[in-house]
Structures are given as structure tokens and as C-alpha cells.
Design a protein around this ligand. Structure first.
Ligand SMILES: Cc1ncc(COP(=O)(O)O)c(C=O)c1O
Length: 456
């Protein structure tokens, strides 16, 4: 079945349509807190359970097909199962999945990262983006001898306790359950894009690093102006603090060498994950050779104790992720896939805003790269498809979650054969013109269904 009817009462329609997902959710509730294994997959009344995926599509356990705009939480730029990556993984699996040893693919993979990412002189692979930002902080503290870290409200850097701070309202640097105040107190959360606040905080001279998502928090939900990022480079250099670009999402997505490539700004350290590992688990910290040297063993034992950061990790640069990563990076290196995904995303944003203009719905769809985001808090409907700018809108309004509308739009789209996370979507080369046409038809129907429910 490709598409479901949308009777009144989206909640009921959703529940009625997905009995096999509901049954799995009932089992999962007895296993996992919130019945999920990733906070963002939580969904009321229960999440979709997916059986398989290919290209732009995924199929749920009830047999429905969806156009997928999760794209593996951003890990997929070429859609599901791109032949080059799939074949590389299959071939590697036949040769062994873990050697407990150095191997050819990790060297090739590292060479690709250093070839593409302008600031990457040396690197270490990790098993995830969370591990990468954790390691980057260790490196920054070791290299500078300073303790404090600056981050920005609404920017996400993984779930470890050293940075899962100030990510959502009320954005305060306050400990959450199980988080140590001593750790949180070492992190200053500043409003995004406020260079005066950064300058003032750096003046104390105790900051080891400033970390940010270089196109803005949550891949540009609150866009970061390029001039702000360039100014950050100057201010951190002057203050003796390291600049860390968290390119876990932007890496190999906004340009072959990530946001730093596009912006022409060289951070001291870069954290990578998602696309870097070709859709398999993996991450990396890359950057200045003298900083990465804190991972190298020194001959003198005393020197070693002072200047060596321990970094084992069973799945660092595992052969499967390395094989997928090499295949992925070689496929994005010439920039064509990135350009195409950007163009397709622009068509989607234009089409969505045309629908909102026609239906007189006061949301706005925006984004700058291979993405689209829904701003539910717009004051007026877009004038036309081109009316996409969110410039001048207060960052708190842009970052606000609008839970009810977001959940209902997601359900309404699921019922029309499209899935996204409710607020933000990633686009890949798999989203061809036909897929875009299908998506726009689904979006128009979903918006009308929400209007019928009084939610748009
Ligand atoms: C910008 C950013 N940094 C870090 C992470 C954490 O990466 P991982 O989920 O691989 O731990 C994410 C994950 O979404 C992210 O978006």
C-alpha cells in the first residue's frame, strides 16, 4: 500500500493504520525507557517500526511505503543503500568485520578525511559523534592547560555530560538528572551569534575552547551568520582558546570539506560523524597536528603522564565503517552529489512555501543546504514559494519546539506516505523530481488535514 486515506481524527487514523508498529511498541515498552533507543524517535501514541529501506523510501512493518526525510539522522547523503557503499560493506563483511588490528581501509579512510577537510592535519577515528566532541574537549584542555568551555544555546554536540548543556529551553547551564554541577559549571552557554558576549567571556583568559555547529544550532535552525563564525576565529586566536567546529552534520554535506570549506574559516579542531562513516557507526576528531599530538605516546614516562590522552575504543575505525566511509567520501569528493541534494532541497522548500501561501497557513519552510525546516511560529503565511527568509526573527522563536503542531504534522505526513522528524528534514541525492512531486502532493494533503483539525 503506497498511501493511506486521511479520515478525520489524525490520531485515530494513525493508530488504525499501524497495528504491527503498535504491537512492537507494546513489546518495546517492556524493554526500553520511553519504548525507544534514541530520544528523538519517541512518538505519541507510538513510533513507526521500519522493516527495510532503499533509495528515498522506507517500508514499515505494516507494509506502507514512505518517502524518508530522516536520512539516517543525517548520515545518508546518497539515500538508503547507495550501490557503491552497499557493495563496499558487503565485500568488507566477507573479509572480516573486526581484525583487532590496524588495516588498509583505516589508512585510506584517514587519507580521504585529510584530503577533503581543509584543517585536518591529523585525526583519530571514534565510534560516534558524541565520542568525537568528548575527545575534542579533552584535547583542547590538554593543549591549552585551561578548564572552561564556551558553547551556544541550542547547539547540540552529543549526549555526554560535558556538552549536553543549554541545548533546549530554558537553555540554562544547569545540571540535569545525573549530571555533575562541577562539570556543568565549566561550560558557559552564550546566546547564539553574539560576538560581544563571546569577547567578554574570553577576556577572563580561562577558556580552553569555543565549540559550535558552524552553520548554526541543529544544522541552522538558528542560522549562524558567516561573519560571526569568522569573528569567532579571530577572537579565539587572540584569547589563546581553540576553535572547535562540530561538523558532525555539516561535514561532507554543505561542501566536500564541510562548513569550513564553504566559509573559508579554519578551526583548530573538527568533529565528524554521520556521513564520514557512510551510514555506519563512526566519527572522528581532526585538526592541528600539534593538538592531535596529545594522543601520541611520548618516550619519557613522566612526559607521557602529562601529555598523553588515552584513547582506546573497540570499534574505532572498524573495517565495516572504514569501508563505508571510503566509499562515501570518494562519492562526495567532487561536490556534485552535494550540489544536487542542495538543488532538490531548494525545490522542496519552494514548493512547500507555495502550498502554505495557497492554503494561508502561517508557517515558513526554510533552510540553506540539503535540508528543510518548519518554522511553525511565523506571523503570516509566506507570500509565495520564494518567501523563505527567517532573517531578523529572534533566535528563541526560531528554536521553539511547537510540540503539538510538529507531532501532528508528522502524523499527517506519515498517513500520506512521507516521514520526517516533525521539525527538520534532511535531503539526499535520492530525492529526485518524481519523489519531490510525491512529497509536495502529500504535504498539501497533510496541511489540509491539519486545517481540518484546527492545527494549521
Ligand atoms: C552537531 C552534532 N554533534 C554531535 C552529534 C552526536 O553524534 P552521535 O549521535 O553520532 O553521537 C550530533 C548528533 O546528531 C550532532 O547533530
Amino acid at each position: 500500500m503506497a498511501r493511506l486515506a486521511t479520515p478525520p481524527g489524525l490520531q485515530h487514523a494513525y493508530t488504525d493504520a499501524l497495528p504491527a508498529s503498535q504491537a512492537l511498541a507494546d513489546r518495546a515498552r517492556k524493554l526500553f525507557p520511553d519504548a525507544v533507543t534514541h530520544d528523538n524517535r519517541r512518538m505519541d501514541p507510538f513510533p513507526l517500526y521500519v522493516d527495510r529501506a532503499d533509495g528515498a523510501y522506507k517500508w514499515d512493518v505494516d507494509g506502507h511505503r514512505y518517502v524518508d526525510y530522516w536520512m539516517g539522522h543525517g548520515a545518508l547523503l546518497l539515500g538508503h543503500n547507495p550501490p557503491a557503499v552497499r557493495d563496499a560493506v558487503r565485500e568488507q563483511a566477507l573479509r572480516g568485520t573486526h581484525y583487532g588490528a590496524c588495516h588498509v581501509k583505516e589508512v585510506e579512510w584517514g587519507e580521504w578525511v585529510c584530503r577533503l577537510v581543509p584543517s585536518a592535519e591529523r585525526l583519530r577515528f571514534t565510534a560516534s559523534g558524541t565520542e568525537a566532541t568528548h575527545l575534542a574537549l579533552r584535547l583542547a584542555r590538554a593543549a591549552t592547560g585551561k578548564r572552561h568551555v564556551v558553547k551556544f544555546a541550542g547547539h547540540f554536540h552529543g549526549w555526554h555530560e560535558g556538552l549536553e548543556i543549554g541545548v533546549r529551553e530554558p537553555y540554562a547551564a544547569e545540571p540535569q538528572a545525573g549530571q555533575l554541577r562541577e562539570v556543568v559549571d565549566l561550560v558557559t552557554v552564550l546566546p547564539p551569534n553574539d560576538i560581544a558576549a563571546v569577547r567578554e567571556r574570553l577576556a577572563a583568559g580561562d577558556v580552553a575552547a569555543v565549540i559550535l555547529e558552524p552553520t548554526g544550532g541543529h544544522f541552522g535552525v538558528v542560522p549562524a551568520p558567516p561573519a560571526f563564525v569568522a569573528a569567532l576565529r579571530e577572537e579565539t586566536r587572540r584569547a589563546g582558546a581553540l576553535l572547535i567546529f562540530d561538523e558532525v552534520v555539516t561535514g561532507f554535506r554543505v561542501a566536500p570539506g564541510g562548513a569550513q570549506d564553504k566559509l573559508g574559516v579554519r578551526p583548530d579542531l573538527t568533529t565528524l560523524a554521520k556521513i564520514v562513516a557512510g551510514g555506519l557507526p563512526g566519527g572522528a576528531v581532526a585538526g592541528r597536528a600539534d593538538v592531535l599530538a596529545y594522543l601520541a605516546t611520548k618516550a619519557d614516562p613522566q612526559e607521557n603522564r602529562r601529555t598523553k590522552i588515552a584513547h582506546p575504543g573497540t570499534f574505532n575505525a572498524n573495517p565495516l565503517s572504514a569501508a563505508a566511509g571510503v566509499a562515501m567520501l570518494s562519492a562526495v569528493a567532487d561536490g556534485q552529489a552535494i550540489r544536487f541534494a542542495n538543488e532538490q532541497a531548494a525545490k522542496l522548500r519552494h514548493g512547500f512555501n507555495e502550498i502554505l501561501a495557497r492554503e494561508r497557513v502561517a508557517w515558513k519552510i526554510y533552510g540553506e543546504h540539503s535540508d528543510w525546516k518548519v518554522f511553525f511560529g511565523a506571523d503570516t503565511p509566506p507570500r509565495d514559494g520564494a518567501d523563505q527568509s527567517v532573517a531578523g526573527i529572534d533566535w528563541r522563536r526560531l528554536d521553539a519546539k511547537h510540540g503539538d503542531q510538529s507531532r501532528t504534522l508528522r502524523q499527517a505526513l506519515v498517513l500520506q506516505g512521507v516521514d520526517f522528524n516533525g521539525g527538520r528534514a534532511l535531503v539526499g541525492t535520492c530525492h529526485t523530481d518524481d519523489v519531490i512531486g510525491e512529497t509536495l502532493t502529500a504535504f498539501a494533503a497533510a496541511v489540509r488535514a491539519m486545517k481540518d483539525e484546527g492545527l494549521a
